[in-house]
Design a protein around this ligand. Sequence first.
Ligand code: SF4
Length: 210
Amino acid sequence: MISSDKLYAMLLEEYGTPPWWSDDPFTVVFQSVLVQNTSWRNVVKTTEAMGAVPAPEEIIAMDLEALEDLIRPCGFFHSKAMTIKSLAAWWEKHENSDSVPSIKLRSSLLSIRGVGEETADVILLYALHRPAFVVDAYTRRLLSRIGCSFRSDNDIRGYINKGLPLDALVYGQFHWLVLQHCIAICRKKAECSSCCLCSVCGTGLKSMCL
Ligand code: SF4
């Protein structure tokens, strides 16, 4: 089984240093909810149409219906608007929480309706710069195809932690590279013949992409 540091190095070599989700931490919080059950392209389009993501205090003061209208193209707008409002209040309270352990912040995020493990880890990692690896459908698909089978998302986190330093920058870049790779190459129908991981991937080797 390929180690996580080798996998990271191969993706980094192929795609170069990826961008950070956003320079504005609350944009990450906002978009982490919008992206649930919709495409990233849709999120970008919706956010661009707004001009800028409203500040947390504006969201707190905004009517629920007005927020729903803003995010309507991303679907599930009622539940997403409720979650964004709760997260805006959470952000006001926890934005400067350097002394609070990540495990406590994660548990407090998970207590918010509409925030699951993936969303909580996106916020911890990309908004608060905590080393919390984001396990999503792309990560599970890629690891399973290359031959790294895990029983749970916790086991995937263990695999990542074993090979890589506990570093938010590395974790953020790695997750973004996995997204890039799965959107471009390791799609539902994998393009193994053009894949940089072909020499180390069980699925790729079986399809004789070399
Ligand atoms: S070789 Fe194929 S299955 Fe393996 S990572 Fe690449 S695209 Fe995905």
